[in-house]
Design a protein around this ligand. Structure first.
Ligand code: S3P
Length: 450
């Protein structure tokens, strides 16, 4: 019996996992480049003067959407299939594209790019994306951009893509964001690059700060006030091309952290993972659950902290996840819900209503799928309670669906490695959005005797 197989059902794929064949996760693995940093490296490279060289770029569907959009606006992006990707920047003068810009499934591409497009005086852009993107809220960036002087029109009262942007000279602005969102913050900072004066964003708690770090590395002047969660970009700023080393994505490592933590006998080393403190909420949550994770070989890669993560199986206990921790593990809630199934006690997740407007409604989709596996899950408007079943949890195999959401597909695949019997995950190809080699790594971390 093989551990898993991929069934081609064009245009979709079903991942079938024989949970009872699962063994420990061992050895050494690497994960693909950080998605957030990859988007930013391509975008800053595209608007900078001169050449940007990027090592470790994530070649997932999302960053490839960013590359395609900026290529259509005059950036010369080459060697995408090689170790070092090169971006010849436009110096900030994006070309008016001949056609609609397509951001695919990528909210980061759409929201961050809008800040740049809105600030291109006299130029016109149209932007769309896939079925999921066209349901995702865009008012959160359109409203503050409009206050800066932008002209953006779109579906549903100018709140949804497809969007049309008439570029303008924008003005200084201080935005008090009601949500901790790196996409909102980054959109406005990027818009601020061509503003004569300050663009300030204050958020209720700190979201990931990759834009701040990379904008400074590319030559922009920023003032950062961590105590008030405020950042100011002093415009205008001309960026200069840089060398960027993209670390492995902690959001991708999270699947293996949980897989090894819940599977007896596991001892796995995940090498070269970004451990920026605005992203390590998953490590804090797993530590609170008594997971056995250690950071080794801590270092710095072009302004981003990096480490190797060793994870061993342990007996997990339930925890409470909410408040300021949520923005620092926003993409890891689905896989944390899987960890909670194997803990002793009931895990409570609160303050996570943002999950409902991700690539899918991740609270509803996870609550439903885990229930299908035999778990006891109570869904709340802003979170859920998961009744842990302990390290020997008996989950039953089931027919599950990714809802075309990459993180759901992978979280359910990890849960499936611990089911009794066979689990099918439909539309599993979604994993390629952020982790094209997910299945290969599942095979390599899974011993041959499975
Ligand atoms: C991202 C920010 C987060 C995260 C997304 C990537 C980014 O979204 O969920 O996967 O790269 O800025 P929000 O800013 O909407 O929370």
């Amino acid at each position: 019996m093989t551990f898993f197989r991929l069934i081609d059902q064009a245009p979709h794929q079903t991942l079938e996992i024989e949970g009872s064949q699962g063994g420990p996760f061992t050895g050494e693995i690497t994960v693909p480049g950080d998605k957030s940093i990859s988007h930013r490296a391509l975008m800053l490279g595209a608007i900078a003067q001169g050449t940007t060289r990027i090592k470790g770029l994530l070649l997932g569907e999302d960053p490839l959407s960013t590359a395609a959009c900026f290529s259509a606006m005059g950036a010369k992006i080459s060697n995408l299939d090689q170790d070092w990707v090169t971006v010849e920047g436009t110096g900030g003068e994006l070309q008016e594209p001949d056609d609609v810009l397509n951001t695919g499934n990528s909210g980061t591409t759409l929201r961050l790019m809008l800040g740049l497009l809105a600030a291109q005086p006299g130029k016109f852009f149209t932007v769309t994306g896939d079925a999921s993107i066209r349901t995702r809220p865009m008012k959160r960036v359109i409203a503050p951009l409009t206050e800066m002087g932008a002209t953006i029109a779109g579906k549903a009262g100018n709140t949804l893509a497809p969007l049309a942007v008439q570029g303008k000279q924008l003005k200084p602005f201080h935005y008090h964001s009601p949500i901790a969102s790196a996409q909102v913050k980054s959109c406005l900072l990027l818009a601020g690059l061509s503003v004569q004066g300050d663009t300030t964003v204050t958020e209720p708690s700190l979201s990931r700060d990759h834009s701040e770090r990379m904008l400074q590395a590319f030559g922009a002047k920023l003032s950062i006030a961590p105590a008030t969660c405020s950042v100011t970009l002093h415009g205008p700023a001309q960026l200069t091309g840089q060398t960027v080393i993209v670390p492995g994505d902690i959001s991708s490592a999270a699947f293996w952290l949980v897989a090894a933590a819940i599977t007896p006998g596991s001892n796995l080393l995940i090498k070269n993972v970004g451990v920026n403190p605005t992203r390590t909420g998953i490590l804090e949550a797993l530590a609170a659950m008594s997971a056995d994770i250690t950071l080794e070989n801590e270092r710095d890669a072009t302004g981003e902290p990096v480490a190797d993560l060793r994870v061993r199986h342990s007996l997990l206990k339930a925890c409470t996840i909410g408040g300021d921790l949520i923005p620092r593990l926003i993409d890891e809630v689905p896989i944390l819900a899987v960890a909670a199934l194997f803990a002793e006690g009931t895990t409570t997740i609160t303050d996570a209503a943002e999950l409902r407007v991700k690539e899918s409604d991740r609270l509803a989709v996870m609550a439903h799928a885990l229930t299908q596996l035999g778990a006891n899950v109570i869904e709340h408007p802003d979170g859920m309670e998961i009744v842990g079943m302990g390290t020997n949890a008996h989950l039953q195999g089931a027919n599950l669906d990714s809802h075309t959401d990459h993180r759901i597909a992978m979280s359910l695949a990890i849960a499936a490695t611990r089911t009794l019997g066979r689990t099918q995950i439909h539309r599993a190809e979604a994993a390629a959005v952020s982790y094209p080699s997910f299945i290969e790594t599942l095979a390599s971390a899974a011993p041959a005797h499975r």
